[in-house]
Design a protein around this ligand. Sequence first.
Ligand code: GLA
Length: 746
Amino acid sequence: MGIFFAENQGNKLFKLDTPNTSYIIGVVCEEGFLGHVYYGKKINDMQGAEHLTRMYDHPFTPDTNARDRLSFMDCFPTEYSSHGVGDYRESSIRVKTKAGQEAVLLTYVSHEIYKGKRALEGLPATFGSEEEVTTLEITCEDKAIGLKAVLSYSVFEDTDAIARNIKLINAGKDELTVNKVMSACMDMDNHDYEMITLHGSWARERHMQRKTIGYGKSSVSSVRGETGHQDQPFMAILEKTTTQTSGDAYGIHLAYSGNFRMMAEVNQFDMVRVMCGIEPENFSWVLGKGESFQTPEALLVYSAEGLGGMSRSYHDLYRKNLIRSPYKDKKRPILINNWEGTYFDFDEAKLYSIAKEAAALGVEMLVMDDGWFGNRFDDNRALGDWVVNEEKLKGGLKRLVDEVNALGMDFGIWFEPEMISPDSDLYRAHPDWAIAIPGRTPGLARNQFVLDVSRKEVRDYILDMMFKVLHSANIKYIKWDMNRPLSDVGSAVLGAKNQGELSHRYVLGMYEMQERLLQEFPDLLLENCSGGGARFDPGMLYYSPQIWTSDDTDAIERLQIQEGTALIYPLSTMGAHVSVCPNHTVGRNTPFDTRGYVALAGTFGYELDMTKLSEEDKQMVKKQTQMYHQFNDIVREGDYYRIASYGENHLYDCFQVVSKDKKKSLVFYVQVLNEANKKSRILKLQGLSGEMTYAVKELTMEGDLSEPIVRDTGKVFGGELLMNAGLGFERMWGDYRARLMYVEAI
Ligand code: GLA
């Protein structure tokens, strides 16, 4: 494994290997064009691989037919597309010179291969030890404009993933303006490929869409200044026949939390160009002499085992090489958040009563949500005034926290650090700290503006207020929220030529704030959030091991949201809570145990007023918390397999998590709608060992506390039978019914 280099008759070849995949780059022609040769199943001997760039295809080779260089440029499979010099497909880069032109053509200068991986300045990125990762850096240049570029590729020893980024350096005499710089680009032959992207809205995040790519450009993007509910910085390219278990699947995911673009383009020669990076609209960056610009990281995965293989590689990569938190391999505390329980209507006594009830049932942490600070009696005011409201929390924060701690519970708190309400002391003191364009009335959303956290004095001030609160009491957890996108993007301090930098500077500022917060409180459990799941992206995972998946806590709506999320993110990262019925978003009534099973597939917690639950539901809470402790290791550390999709069949959902040693597995099954006079379902399990024999048990929340939560069904099957023939699921009476099976090797 690792990175191999070979030189043959003036051609250079690089082969980047992961356990099951190879990625080959070639340097061809006198000019040193960087070509994409291959990405797919592992190839041990790369001899002759350069022929895959079709340099023999006359008249397309400039060496043999210089009179038609444009034809060459427009069909050469490149690693990083040029701009303005004959490749008429989407460019990866545009850089404006002093003279006002924007053409760029990067060609090979030198390369370096080393063990390990360098951090990306100011940006989240995957990491790994010298044993785990090998990196190739290819330095390119465009002599005509004095631009250097370092294309960086890192491969992981145990995971089928490749991390790419690019760093630009102004090596000339004159100032340059970068108007576009993508993180990765790759050209492949199009085998009638389809694409999967993840779409949504508030409370309906990451629903999967699969469609033919077709000629022309297909893209998803964000210009909201954050990732957003609407699109995910992710794209999968797959064959028409690719399923969960077989076929080619290429994933490309951007580790970034701001404006992004993911694009696939099919051209006249049936080649597909895949690309991702910062959205070029509203972006520009001035590069003075000697200065550099670092792009975010793109994360590529190839699987020959269908979508399931791709998902599992992303899960492993994120759990091992992206999430840094000390909690990443630990069971998280079961929390109760008061948002849906009380909204703004709470005081210290109310919170304490919820905590007391919850503690008795096995809940381990109380999270105080929005409304504890300044004059925040509703969502029209006080963002930015991060001072405890002692009218609400009589006796102060420390007293409440101490009392909650005395119940044996930890305490967590909500912040929305990047925001400012027009009705706040902060806005009255610093109106120019809000992002706005002079002469234009900035747009409000949820009656709030966005703070310009690209400014150091703003970051310092907000962090200082937060640190005071956090140092004042024993606080173990923060929910960092962000409840509106950016608009009217203008900075009061940047010069005219630098205004296009604001959106990216904003993201860098926000990352720096989270970094400083974690340096000050290294043991803090951070959960990111943005109006639900608008900031569920790999960038945020670098700071927080879990992210609030959606404001929609309805167990049935969650099936599709969690399926789309789990396509790329480990279950250990998905904030999932049990809430009351009728559900506050859709008004649906679902059984309490179904809500528990769906939330147990994520970080697990509650979002309700525990004092108002029936005795029967409280007993189930006790059983759910026990289940969490007994089975969370499998959910958090196991391999994820999708068996059936409610999003596709509109009737039922089924997925599985299997421990790495294949000895233990949980099978989650939800019968969303019952049907008359149908046979029971037999579903093929996955990921077990064909050589092992398994006992099938069932988890249950029924009965009083003396009854066990795991019931032995007496059924024993070989792994092959469960995978090749399947496991039967009897029909249940009614809709929205769930079962959780525990399959254990004997
Ligand atoms: C956002 C979050 C919710 C809650 C509210 C508070 O919508 O997603 O969970 O914290 O803000 O205002």
